[in-house]
Design a binder for this molecule. Structure first.
Ligand SMILES: *[C@@H]1O[C@H](CO)[C@@H](O)[C@H](O)[C@H]1NC(C)=O
Ligand SMILES: *[C@@H]1O[C@H](CO)[C@@H](O)[C@H](O)[C@H]1NC(C)=O
Ligand SMILES: *[C@@H]1O[C@H](CO)[C@@H](O)[C@H](O)[C@H]1NC(C)=O
Ligand SMILES: *[C@@H]1O[C@H](CO)[C@@H](O)[C@H](O)[C@H]1NC(C)=O
Ligand SMILES: *[C@@H]1O[C@H](CO)[C@@H](O)[C@H](O)[C@H]1NC(C)=O
Length: 947
């Protein structure tokens, strides 16, 4: 009140001590109370500017209303006026007020305890949407006979709701929503004879809802949603027969829907979503025939959806999502006046049948996360008002109907994670309102239609995990609103259109795992695009990283700054005179070459390693033992931008004669969950296999990576492929292995011709060899994680060697999700515990994989075979054959019966024991090897009996 006049200050003082005012003074009191009110609040918008103490009547002041007869102030109404202060005490002097309404201001402090007592005629009080705090004073309701409408909603009130509120017998409307009120709902509220509307939503109320809804209740609307209320919904709530709206949503209610609800023939909204209600949906829901909105979502309701809901002819919104409902989609979804329907996240199945002549008013249809199958009914595209269509995570097959192009209001289409095939229909360009189009994780083929460029509102576009070919259409550059684009895991080729640099809002653009090449567009977004969005393509390069496609020249980095020779001169390859030079110069250059111009082969990675002297130094140092890498580490770590090559043990870390190792598609040996493998040659003519990790984004820090790789490199066993070295940069990691000419076991088993068919003895040898290799790895504490026939390589003598072991250890954590997605190609070999969070993954997962592999070798069949309408799981097949005594029938027919059954039988049984569901029931590899050796030399122990 800094600027207030002395007169006002005097009156303020008088008010504060509650000086008795005479009736004649009452009028002037009103003026002065309002002036004091004005002086006490900050009024940034000047809404009170016209209030001046010079007027003797305040009745024409903005927001002020008077009784025409007495001239007393009866209403004060200032909403959203940005008034800031504590709730002014001056209000207490306006004792003729009938209505006080100050919502949407910035009033703080507690509610005045004597507010209702001081304003005995007040019928309506609205202080909602302010910043009132502290508990509601219990005294507030000591004298509240005349109050009818009371809203303190949307403040910061805390504490319990004073039980005395139930004594305000005239209350019609009580709104305490969106505060921080806790504790129970006071008893007696339901008995207030005039109460029509109660809103306690959005607090922290707890306990159960008191019962006692009288038949005489006037209640029309009750909103208890978003609290912490528990227990059952009161059984007799339906006694309040005039109810039109009942919201119990988002609490902790249990039990079922009380049957008394069926009597609510005037109920228009029933909300119980987000609780823990269970049981079947009662058929009597249809008795609430006036329902317009029904929310049962997010509970545990089960059973089929009752057809009787169709009796609710006015139903506009029905949300039954995220329960455990079963059965088929009810016909009425397309039959009533429904505008919004969700049955997402249930267990519904079968075809989605749209009745002929259905012309529903649907705007939102969400059938996602069920197991609906069959085609997407083309009639859906005739629903002219449809704005949101979510069919994701079902088993829909066939094509996206082309009629979708005629849907002018359609904004969101999500059909991801189904079995759709065919291509993206070019008609999609007609869906001009489309903001979100998700078609990822299907089996789509064909090209991205250029017409997509007509969907000018598109914000999110996802076609990931399909088999889409061709190039990215230039027209995508027209879609100025695009923010999220995911085209990863397809077969797109060609270059990225430069027009993409026009997209101002882009923040995700994932094209990883395609066959794209060329320069990345120039724009702020693309200059800073994370590597993961571009990884695993034929060759994408960005000028920011100084490896623009136009300058593909290996530039060696000289890593020893003390070198006497010119550090920038590229050492000429294999100049023998350099071999005996005293100074050590090491140069490594790497380059990811991308096909920008015609001169460069697409998809080439060139590694140029020119470190003859390092080799010379190594050969002079202690024999055999490690490792030039200590030296290499030291000298390389000074230069963070360079790559680091480390070779273990003896051997030359130099690639083929021209100083380059070409890792291109022509010398690709195969691909797995962790990357592609290429064959290349060391300078001395020895072949090596180089694995290029595609999990670079997931790989641990350089130090962890090195530690793990060094651990793996120590594995030396004639049944294990030797890891010879590695190459590291933050974006490219290579592992260098011995190259094995014999190919992998999978090829020998499933893709071979008559001549090189594996004999019984060879198969037995392979099984023992694999078992020994695994035993060795386990003894060194290495879990393979990825055992399968493609990872068993055969050397020149037909001896098996395990490859790809322990790579999961290179990832930051043994995350099951990552593991199973990286190793999903090993379907059928994966131990069941991968799917079970509570079971620890141990080396017994390898034993499981070994058991499957063993059966695969003997039966010559894949671990899982997909037949036309059947899936054959090998170990189940063998297990039942054993039980039925017809094992011989399922041995590989190509063996033509040439095997001793007395040897085969125990081995098969061993395989079955190894594939036990429970890890602890599986033997360990030491036992497995012992058993196999005994089967081979039975004289050592005559009684082998596996049961
Ligand atoms: C609300 O009042 C507080 C002081 O009580 C002040 O700091 C704040 O800026 C005001 N907020 C608005 C939106 O006027
Ligand atoms: C209660 O008040 C809040 C905030 O002003 C408002 O949003 C809500 O609609 C009110 N409740 C009822 C039932 O009118
Ligand atoms: C479709 O529904 C799924 C849940 O079933 C949800 O995760 C996804 O976000 C929805 N898609 C869109 C575009 O809203
Ligand atoms: C892509 O095609 C290949 C072979 O044609 C098939 O094995 C693979 O499952 C397909 N991928 C998808 C996501 O449909
Ligand atoms: C993309 O691949 C197709 C065949 O797979 C080929 O015809 C076409 O020329 C390729 N396009 C580019 C730009 O490489």
């Amino acid at each position: 009140m800094a600027g207030a006049s002395p007169l006002v200050q005097l009156f303020a003082a008088l008010l504060a001590v509650a000086a008795t005012a005479t009736t004649t003074a009452a009028l002037t009191d009103d003026v002065l109370a309002l002036v004091v009110f004005k002086t006490g609040v900050a009024d940034p918008l000047g809404r009170l500017a016209a209030w001046t103490e010079d007027d003797d009547r305040p009745c024409s002041w903005p927001g002020v209303g008077c009784d025409a007869r007495t001239g007393r102030v009866t209403s004060l109404s200032l909403s959203a006026a940005s008034l800031s202060s504590r709730l002014p005490r001056a209000l207490l002097r306006l004792d003729a007020l009938l209505s006080l309404s100050l919502p949407g201001n910035n009033l703080s402090g507690p509610v005045l305890p004597n507010l209702l007592a001081a304003l005995p005629r007040l019928r309506s009080l609205d202080l909602s949407s302010n910043r009132l705090a502290a508990p509601i004073p219990a005294e507030l309701f000591a004298q509240c006979r005349s109050i009818r409408t009371l809203s303190l909603a949307h403040n910061e009130l805390s504490g319990y709701i004073p039980p005395a509120v139930a004594s305000c017998s005239s209350l019609v409307f009580l709104n305490l929503s969106s505060n921080r009120l806790a504790g129970p709902i006071p008893d007696g509220l339901w008995s207030l004879p005039s109460l029509r509307s109660l809103d306690l939503s959005g607090n922290e109320l707890s306990g159960s809802v008191p019962g006692g809804f009288p038949r005489s209740s006037s209640l029309r609307a009750v909103d208890l949603s978003r609290n912490l209320l528990a227990g059952e919904i009161p059984a007799e709530v339906g006694e309040a027969a005039l109810l039109k709206s009942l919201d119990f949503g988002h609490n902790l209610f249990t039990g079922g829907l009380p049957e008394s609800l069926r009597g609510l023939s005037g109920l228009r909204f029933l909300g119980v979503g987000g609780n823990a209600l269970a049981g079947e949906l009662p058929a009597w829901i249809g008795d609430m025939w006036a329902l317009e909105r029904l929310d049962l979502s997010g509970n545990r309701f089960s059973g089929v959806i009752p057809d009787s809901i169709a009796k609710c002819k006015n139903l506009v919104e029905a949300d039954l999502g995220w329960n455990a409902l079963t059965g088929e989609l009810p016909w009425w979804v397309f039959g009533l006046a429904l505008q919004r329907v969700s049955v997402a996240g249930n267990k519904l199945y079968g075809l989605v049948k749209v009745p002929v002549n259905a012309a529903p008013a649907l705007r939102v249809l969400d059938l996602s996360s069920n197991t609906f199958s069959g085609g997407i009914p083309p009639q859906i595209t005739t629903f002219a008002g449809l704005q949101y269509l979510n069919l994701s995570s079902n088993s829909f097959s066939g094509q996206l109907p082309s009629g979708i192009g005629g849907m002018r209001l359609l904004e969101v289409v999500d059909v991801s994670a189904n079995h759709l095939n065919g291509s993206v229909p070019p008609e999609i360009g007609g869906a001009v309102a489309l903001r979100v189009l998700r078609m990822g994780r299907n089996s789509l083929t064909g090209h991205i239609p250029s017409q997509i460029g007509n969907c000018s509102s598109l914000v999110a576009f996802d076609l990931s995990h399909n088999n889409i070919t061709g190039s990215i259409p230039v027209t995508i550059g027209n879609l100025a609103s695009l923010q999220v684009v995911d085209l990863s895991k397809n077969k797109l080729n060609g270059t990225l259109p430069m027009e993409l640099s026009n997209l101002p809002s882009l923040h995700i653009f994932d094209v990883s795992h395609n066959f794209l090449s060329g320069d990345v567009p120039d724009s702020r977004f693309f200059d800073n695009i994370p590597e993961t969005f571009l990884s695993d393509n034929s060759g994408l390069c960005s000028s920011r990283k100084n490896n623009s496609c136009n300058s593909v020249m290996p530039k060696p980095i000289v890593l020893n700054p003390n070198s006497s020779s010119n550090p920038l001169s590229q050492a000429t390859p294999t100049a023998p005179s350099n071999m005996h030079h005293k100074k050590i110069i090491l140069s490594v250059s790497t380059l990811i070459a991308i096909a920008g111009g015609a001169t460069i082969i697409m998809g080439v990675i060139i590694i140029s390693v020119l470190n003859r002297r390092a080799r010379a130094a190594t050969s002079r140092s202690a024999p055999d033992t490690a490792i030039s890498d200590d030296y290499l580490s030291q000298s390389l770590e000074n230069d963070t931008s360079s790559g680091k090559l480390v070779m273990f043990g003896k051997g030359s870390p130099e690639f083929s004669a021209d100083g380059h190792a070409l890792l291109n598609k022509d010398c690709e040996l195969g691909r797995g969950g962790f990357g592609a493998v290429y064959k290349t040659m060391l300078r001395d003519g020895e072949s090596v296999a180089i694995k290029k990790l595609t999990v670079s984004s997931l790989v641990k820090s350089k130090d962890d990576f090195e530690r793990q790789v060094k651990l793996l490199s120590k594995a030396r066993h004639h049944n294990v492929v030797t890891l010879r070295g590695f190459y590291w940069t933050s974006s490219l990691q290579l592992l260098i292995y011995d190259y094995l000419p014999g190919g992998n076991l999978h090829k020998h088993l499933h893709e071979c011709t008559e001549e090189n068919l594996l004999s019984w003895m060879e198969r037995f040898d392979i099984i023992i060899g694999v078992a020994r290799g695994l035993k060795y790895l386990h003894q060194r504490g290495v879990i393979h994680y990825n055992l399968k026939s493609t990872n068993v390589l055969l050397d020149g003598n037909g001896e098996p060697r395990l490859g790809d072991y322990g790579l999961a250890n290179l990832l930051p954590m043994l995350d099951r999700y990552v593991l199973s997605s990286k190793i999903q190609s090993a379907l059928g070999y994966m131990a069941p515990e991968f799917a079970c969070k509570t079971v620890k993954i141990t080396e017994k997962c390898d034993v499981y994989g070994f058991g499957v592999l063993l059966l695969e070798v003997l039966m010559g069949r894949r671990p899982v075979e997909y037949l036309e309408d059947d899936v054959v799981v090998l170990c189940d097949l063998v297990r039942s054959a054993l039980e039925e005594g017809r094992l011989e029938d399922c041995m590989d027919p190509r063996l033509c019966g040439e095997f001793p059954m007395e040897e085969a039988l125990p081995i098969i049984k061993l395989g079955l024991v190894c594939t036990s569901q429970v890890p602890s029931n599986r033997p360990d590899m030491v036992e497995v090897v012992n058993i196999l050796e005994l089967v081979r030399n039975p004289q050592d122990c005559p009684e082998i009996e596996l049961v």
